[in-house]
Design a protein around this ligand. Structure first.
Ligand SMILES: Nc1ncnc2c1ncn2[C@@H]1O[C@H](COP(=O)(O)OP(=O)(O)OP(=O)(O)O)[C@@H](O)[C@H]1O
Ligand SMILES: [Mg+2]
Length: 333
């Protein structure tokens, strides 16, 4: 049997407030699932339950089909990397990495060899003698990853590990982490509220809302075939607009699924509006259009098209919706 990690019907309440609601999740052995969700939806709680730091009220955590529920946290062989580096400030880089192995009673020569390997792996060999206070955020996080790997974990959990770092460093670290995870075949769960990060790192991404996983899939599935209105709104950008007519149906339209043209007397069909503003985003231009019924729409067009049509603020435009989705869980806005 493969050592898949599975959460089956996990529920958890804190002081009467339900935080996780019958949550199911499977991470295949050797794969990384990213959990993407807004603040407070229960991401960290989910990781804490996997690691055994928090006990669920109901449901089971299994690895390779065997329940971990009676295994204490330090015996689960789960590596954990936190957003706040959680390195020991009085120990240097090398000692931080060694710590877990020493506690685990590993032989001295083995500890030495493994530490060298891990520091090499995360690119921190040259800094082995430094204290955490003398490292940058990115370097600290590399040490934290090495330390989490030192116990030879069966599962690696990462809770917004790059949250406090600037964009460039985040990008590099996430590329390195992905390569490392793939090479080592680590069964991993990565938590973030950054969509790019979730999509790049996860073999699949689980979108979480309000204590539940709403959908799990590849980026393309989530973007093109969202199964709930929350997923449609949370993944990428979307316009929620009310269709004309009495039944107050709300539909979701991606900004790139709208065709915009200058309005002219002979142009039939579509909806009229005014180009209120636009933002230059490099290859694309994001336009804000106010429709005659007062609704505001985001429309994305290419830089070439924007130039060709010579748009100005205040232009009268005509809008055609090419594609939309609607959801039965949407109560109307
Ligand atoms: N030990 C605790 N005691 C009481 N409430 C808690 C505890 N831990 C978490 N919560 C509550 O559970 C909810 C989910 O918290 P959690 O930390 O899992 O969210 P999160 O998705 O990780 O959010 P963020 O993105 O902000 O880190 C929150 O409302 C939080 O206040
Ligand atoms: Mg959290």
């Amino acid at each position: 049997m493969r050592a898949d990690l599975s959460l089956d019907g996990i529920s958890k309440a804190f002081g009467g407030e339900t935080v996780l609601k019958d949550l199911d999740l499977t991470v295949e052995e050797g794969k990384m699932v990213s959990i993407l969700g807004p603040s407070g939806c229960g991401k960290s709680t989910t990781l804490r339950i996997i690691s055994g730091l928090v006990r669920q009220d109901r449901g089971a955590v299994r690895l390779g089909g065997k329940s971990l529920d009676n295994v204490p946290p330090h015996k689960r062989r789960i590596g954990f990397v936190f957003q706040s580096y959680a390195l020991f400030p009085h120990l240097d880089v090398e000692e931080n990495v060694k710590f877990g192995m020493k506690v685990g009673g590993m032989k001295k020569e083995h500890v030495k060899r493994r530490t060298d390997e891990l520091l090499e792996l995360v690119g921190m060999s040259d800094m082995r003698g430094k204290r955490p206070s003398h490292l940058s955020g990115g370097q600290k996080q590399r040490v934290a990853i090495a330390r989490a790997l030192a116990i030879d974990p069966q599962v690696l959990l990462l809770d917004e590990p790059f949250g406090a770092l600037d964009v460039k460093i985040r990008r590099r670290l996430r590329r390195d982490l992905k390569a490392l995870q793939r090479d080592l075949g680590l069964t991993s769960v990565f938590v973030t509220h950054d969509q790019d990060e979730a999509f790049e790192l996860g073999d699949t991404t689980a979108v979480m809302n309000n204590g539940r996983i709403e959908q799990i899939g590849r980026p393309r599935d989530l973007y093109e075939r969202p199964s709930t209105s929350f997923v449609a709104r949370f993944v990428g950008n979307v316009n929620a607009i009310e269709l004309p007519g009495g039944d107050r149906t709300t539909v979701m339209v991606r900004p790139e699924d709208i065709v915009m043209m200058h309005s002219s007397p002979d142009r039939k069909g579509g909806v009229k509006g005014t180009l209120i503003n636009y933002v230059y985003l490099g290859p694309i231009i994001e336009c804000n259009v106010r429709l005659t019924n007062g609704e505001s729409l985001n429309v994305i067009i290419s830089r070439e098209e924007f130039r060709m049509r010579n748009y100005r603020r205040g232009d009268e435009v005509n809008i055609i919706i090419r594609k939309f989705s609607s959801f039965s869980d949407e109560e109307g806005v």
